[in-house]
Design a protein around this ligand. Sequence first.
Ligand SMILES: Nc1ncnc2c1ncn2[C@@H]1O[C@H](COP(=O)(O)OP(=O)(O)O)[C@@H](O)[C@H]1O
Ligand SMILES: [Mg+2]
Length: 229
Amino acid sequence: MEALAIELVGVGKRFGARTVLAGVDLRVPRGGRLGVIGPATAGKSVLLKIIAGLHHPEAGLVRVAGRIGMLFQNCALFDFLNVADNVAFPLVHEGGVPDHEIAARVTARLRAVGLAGSEHKLPAELSGGMKKRVGLARATVASPDVVLYDEPTAGLDPVTTAKIYQLLCADHDASGGTAVVVSSDVEAVAAFADTIAFVDSGGVRWVGPAAELCDADDDVVRGFARGTP
Ligand SMILES: Nc1ncnc2c1ncn2[C@@H]1O[C@H](COP(=O)(O)OP(=O)(O)O)[C@@H](O)[C@H]1O
Ligand SMILES: [Mg+2]
């Protein structure tokens, strides 16, 4: 049997009277790369936060093997911490990691995302693309087994978008770790992911190989993938 990194069975989540997710089943094998697409307010971010353990579902089971890192949709950087301290946060929070090792890992991650030299800048001094890259460095600095990326390229120009996906590819080629990427850049995420899940109205409407997305046997999914109504 294939080893699973993430398994969701019959997951349901509501906020007050509003049901956001219902009956969600999802399985991601270890080392798998899942892309999650779908219309706005479908429940994609809530789904990622459930996987991360930040929201608790009312129904169903959630299993995640190993440690998790997450890039939030709005980056969620600490505005009072500089770039280096933002990236160091998961290691500091973990405790027991020696200061010199924290410094070395932060430096290495910042170099990997192309931000060497920006250690002392505050989030307010950064462009949108730089914030995303700080968020990427922070999500991966503690070498998590599973990395969740919520809209890693939203609002970025096509060149920066391509660079971010190159980074994701390089990271996951090197680590062999599991990735879940929620993205509105359908073409880019389909090129990165091996599997795509289409989330619509709180459920997983379609799951299949990324290579088959544009020929999905579902008009809505195919139209969304091709950008045609
Ligand atoms: N903490 C919350 N409290 C109440 N409603 C929420 C909360 N988080 C998300 N929602 C609602 O859940 C729905 C799905 O949100 P979200 O997962 O952010 O959508 P998206 O697919 O665009 O990422 C939206 O209608 C949103 O308003
Ligand atoms: Mg979202």
